[in-house]
Design a protein around this ligand. Structure first.
Ligand code: ATP
Ligand code: MG
Length: 228
């Protein structure tokens, strides 16, 4: 992403953001409420259009590509609040992933249940009846159905009990290691981000103000940019 400027209406929200994520990395994007983290992820998948700057993915300029094409090119977006369809079954929610990938298919690949064994016990249940943590796992699994090269996750641990947070951390690590999928995760839970990611970006007021490897994520930085 180079010099990306994005706004809502006339109001700019992201200012000249440049960042790079390497294939196979796990990176986290940190920052207080309202600094523009969600807008940044939405810009990568094409739900917000930049007024300036460019985005390239796998060597291709995707700045003007529609969202569905970005999904087919291998970008999966797991939105804040999960956005699973509450009245559809778990199975049908998973199948939405086929639609996003543009491929026809009817059988859920067994690896989905290997990464998320819980889902196989609840296939006929309405998505909305799952717990928050289970819905989050379903949302990640749905993203994985598109066979992505990169997964963008927006606060996957928000409002989720600690045991499931740990499970999600382990599963994302496995997905990254076993499938080589790049991961970009927006997080408020610092310990989760620290354990998972190799690289961090800190945002403030629509700009990236600090970046580095997670070993360089000092308490001083956390205090300055993240403490409320
Ligand atoms: N649909 C919208 N229309 C107008 N302004 C918006 C819209 N969505 C977000 N904003 C504004 O853009 C700014 C950045 O919002 P964004 O949701 O990207 O922040 P965030 O860092 O993800 O916040 P949070 O930590 O609360 O999820 C905020 O000032 C917000 O009020
Ligand atoms: Mg957000």
């Amino acid at each position: 992403m180079r010099d990306l400027t994005v706004g809502y209406g006339q109001t700019p929200v992201l200012f000249d953001i440049s960042l790079a994520v390497n294939r196979g990395e796990i990176v986290c994007l940190l920052g207080r409420n309202g600094v523009g983290k969600t807008t940044l992820l939405r810009s990568i998948i094409g739900l917000n259009q930049p007024t300036k700057g460019s985005i390239s993915f796998g060597g291709q300029d995707i700045t003007k590509a529609p969202t569905y094409k970005r999904a087919r090119q291998g970008i999966a977006y797991i939105p804040q609040g999960r956005e699973i369809i509450p009245y559809l079954s778990v199975l049908d929610n998973l199948k939405m992933g086929f639609a996003a990938s543009g491929k026809k298919g009817n059988r859920i690949p067994s690896e989905i249940f290997d990464f998320f064994p819980m889902l196989s016990d609840h296939l006929s249940r309405q998505g909305g009846l799952l717990s928050g943590g289970q819905q989050q796992q379903l949302a990640i699994a749905r993203g994985l159905m598109c066979n992505p090269q990169i997964m963008l996750l927006d606060e996957p641990t928000e409002g989720i009990q600690p045991s499931i947070v740990q499970e999600i951390e382990d599963t994302l690590k496995r997905i990254n290691e076993e499938k080589g999928i790049t991961v970009m995760v927006v997080e408020q839970k610092i310990e989760f981000a620290r354990k998972l990611a190799q690289k961090f970006f800190i945002m403030e007021k629509g700009a990236i103000v600090e970046r580095g490897s997670t070993e360089q994520l000092t308490n001083d930085l956390l205090h300055r940019y993240l403490a409320v």
